[in-house]
Ligand binder design. Structure first.
Ligand SMILES: Nc1ncnc2c1ncn2[C@@H]1O[C@H](COP(=O)(O)OP(=O)(O)O)[C@@H](O)[C@H]1O
Ligand SMILES: [Mg+2]
Length: 268
């Protein structure tokens, strides 16, 4: 591996063992290289193993096959340099907004004054400083996700893993936060690995889109977006890429249908 890549996945796979002794192959044979400052989106059908893959990269989920290497070191547990943002419910409800954002610095032993200053700066970055003393239940979904993003940033991670972070938001808020995320990414030069089932969202955000198969999730195609930012959704290439990716996903769904007779997940 060259030092060019900060993240290197080789033959990564996951098989879950369920309580009744069944094996569920969630992810299979994933090879992926991510460079510093890359914005990579992973799209794929629901249940194909996207969250499982991201959790393996984060060190939260043990890996069954292959390895995840970050800056030359195998990932076996969560690390400070890798931040994670989930779809929802990731804020601690009993803590105020500022105390949520200051959580990482608090664990790192940073003084109250300094961590509050740092948290406030991050809250300002997403226009949330007026809500510093509010609790998560007092915020809208979009506000909560803004806080979740800056909470991850407050640990100053190099790599940000995001699992459908805007999936539960209304269309308008989602578009606003996509813009905001790109602004933060450009300003802070993070590397982002972003899972979404939204093809439109992937084309708006990514340098590179990785398309996964139905479960067990494999990478079936990698697409370079190659459009300047900010991207216009009315640009012909935008529509062309969307068609291309949707065609891959449709073909995959059809194959899965003929293979399994249905496209529903197996109960377990
Ligand atoms: N802890 C677990 N135990 C057993 N099966 C799991 C577990 N977590 C996920 N799975 C299964 O792995 C597959 C992939 O899940 P997931 O990674 O959540 O998919 P996605 O994020 O693409 O929707 C699904 O079939 C899911 O039911
Ligand atoms: Mg998921």
């Amino acid at each position: 591996m060259t030092n060019d890549y900060i993240l290197h996945l080789e033959g990564v796979g996951k098989t879950f063992q369920t309580k009744n002794g069944k094996s569920i192959k969630a992810v299979q044979q994933v090879d992926l290289d991510v460079r510093e400052n890359d914005f990579v989106c992973i799209v794929g059908p629901s249940g194909c193993g996207k969250s499982t893959l991201l959790r393996m990269v984060s060190g939260l989920e043990p890996i069954t096959f292959g390895q995840v290497v970050y800056h030359g070191q195998e990932i076996t547990r969560p690390r400070k340099e890798i931040g994670m943002v989930f779809q929802e419910y990731s804020l601690l409800p009993w803590r105020t907004v500022i105390d949520n954002v200051a959580l990482g610095p608090e664990f790192a032993g940073i003084s109250k004054k300094e961590r509050e200053t740092r948290a406030m700066n991050y809250l300002r970055l997403v226009g949330m400083e007026a809500f510093a003393r509010a609790h998560p239940h007092e915020l809208s979904g979009g506000m909560r996700q803004r806080v979740a993003i800056v909470r991850a940033l407050a640990n100053d991670p190099d790599l940000l893993l995001m699992d459908e972070p805007f999936g539960a938001l209304d269309a308008h808020t989602r578009i606003l936060l996509q813009k905001e995320l790109l602004r933060i990414w450009e300003q802070h030069r993070k590397t982002v690995l972003f899972v979404t089932h939204g093809v439109d969202e992937a084309i708006y955000l990514a340098d590179r889109i990785v398309v996964m198969s139905a479960r067990p999730g494999r990478i079936i195609e990698t697409i370079l977006v190659e459009m300047d930012r900010p991207r216009e959704r009315s640009h012909p290439r935008y529509g062309h890429l969307a068609e291309q990716i949707l065609a891959i996903l449709e073909k995959e769904a059809a194959q899965n249908f003929s293979k399994n007779g249905n496209i529903l997940e197996e109960p377990f």
